[in-house]
Structures are given as C-alpha cells and as structure tokens.
Design a protein around this ligand. Structure first.
Ligand code: 1Q0
Length: 211
C-alpha cells in the first residue's frame, strides 16, 4: 500500500540523492519528485495538469534507468556525459531527441528552484501569510519565465485553489508547526545543494536552455 506523504520522506530521498563525491543519483532525485507529486495529488484535481506533466517526466527518466543503457543514467553527471558523447540531445531545437534525459531533467530542475523558493517562504511565513501568494511569488521568480502564457494562466488559477497555511502544514504530515518549520530548515539546505550542483553542471555544459 502506498504510504502517506510525509515531509520526512522527501527530506530522506533528497539526502540519499547526493553521493559522497557530490554526484546526484537520478533514482532518488525522481523518488523525491514522486513523493511531492503524491502530495500535490492530495490537494485536489485542479493540480492534475501539473502532476500529469511531472509524472510523465519522471516516467521518461525511469524508462531510461530501466533500459539497457540504465547504468549510464545512474547520476545526472553520468547521464549528461553519456547523452552528449552519443549525440542524444537536441541542443538548439527539438528534432530527433525530443525527450532526452537531459532536457527532461532540466524541467524538473527548474521546478526544484520553485520548490526551494516556496518552501523558504513557507518556513519563514506568519499566520497571516497566504499559501497562494507564496506559491505564485516563488513561481514568478523561477518557472514562470520558462512557461508560455497559457500555462502561466492555468497555474495562477491552480494556486488560488491551494489550502490555507494551517491546512497546508497539516497535510505535510510532519507534526506541529514548529516541527514542520524545523524540518524545513533541515530540508532546504539539501534541496538547495542538489539544485546548485545540477545548475552548475548544466551551466558548465551550456545546457540551461535546452529546447
Ligand atoms: C502545491 C502546488 C503545486 C504547484 C506546482 C508549481 C509548479 C507549476 C508548474 C506548472 C506546470 C504546468 C504543466 C506543464 C508544463 C510544461 O510545459 C513544462 C515544460 O515542459 P515541456 O516538456 O513542455 O518543455 N513542465 C514543467 O515545467 C515541469 C513542471 C513540474 C512541476 C512539478 C511540480 C511537482 C509538485 C510539487 C508539489 C510540491 C508541494 C510543495 C510542498 C511540499 C512540502 C514538502
């Protein structure tokens, strides 16, 4: 049976995703996303269009991992090397490899920045703070610039359907407000580290704008 969402699980998976020499294991990275998607699903059907896209991307990466080339998809670092060396990435426009691991993971990577910005707002929020405002501010500072108008519009509508701060803390299933705030304080540096490692790697290889 699927376990109930817990913030602790998210923290654990992102922790497991970092190897000793600071590579990022794809298996745990996408497990973290699966956990977040299950959380999002519990918030209602207005978020289906978002979770569908997220699941689709997670699935693409899982398929690579399970394929005969799976060993090359162990870490984000090894995936980049493998796909670039073998010309498996569309670099300037979508053509022969519209669903490369590199471009797919980049979409999740951009969403990770949204998550980081949103969780930081949540961590430092007060009783009066609105989740919808925190969410859209984080979105405008991250994903929005990569999204077409129609998606920004739909996303804005979805944000308005978010539960209030108290209910939100509740579904996070991590104890009292204080405990949630502490756990967020623990999770954020990790998420931020995973984000930064990936960002630097993509930047170094000139892959931040993959179509
Ligand atoms: C709780 C509210 C969730 C809000 C999620 C914010 C992200 C909005 C993203 C909107 C995506 C719209 C659907 C399609 C977009 C694609 O066009 C786009 C680009 O891909 P492509 O193939 O067209 O080039 N895709 C993306 O940008 C990927 C988006 C992935 C979003 C993954 C969101 C996962 C949800 C997480 C819930 C987190 C809950 C936070 C609190 C958890 C507490 C630990």
């Amino acid at each position: 049976m699927a376990e109930c969402f817990s913030l602790q699980n998210v923290l654990e998976t992102f922790k497991s995703s970092l190897s000793d020499n600071k590579e990022v294991y794809i298996k745990y990275y996408i497990a973290g996303w699966r956990e977040l998607v299950s959380f999002m699903n519990s918030l209602g059907t207005v978020f289906s269009f978002i979770s569908k896209d997220a699941v689709n991307k997670i699935q693409i990466l899982e398929n690579f991992l399970a394929s005969e080339n799976g060993s090359h998809y162990l870490t984000i670092q090894s995936m980049l090397k493998f796909e670039l060396d073998n010309e498996l990435v569309d670099l300037t426009k979508r053509a022969n490899h519209p669903e490369s691991g590199c471009r797919t993971l980049l979409r999740l990577h951009r969403a990770l920045l949204w998550l980081e910005l949103f969780l930081e707002r949540l961590r430092t929020s007060t009783e009066e703070s609105k989740t919808s405002v925190m969410c859209s501010e984080a979105y405008n500072e991250s994903l929005a610039r990569h999204h077409a108008w129609i998606i920004r519009k739909a996303t804005g509508v979805a944000f308005c359907a978010l539960p209030g701060r108290d209910a939100f803390f509740e579904v996070m299933n991590a104890g009292s407000h204080e405990e949630v705030v502490n756990l967020l304080g623990e999770a954020l540096p990790l998420i931020s580290e995973v984000y930064q490692i990936t960002e630097d790697l993509y930047a170094k290889n000139n892959l931040l704008e993959l179509p």
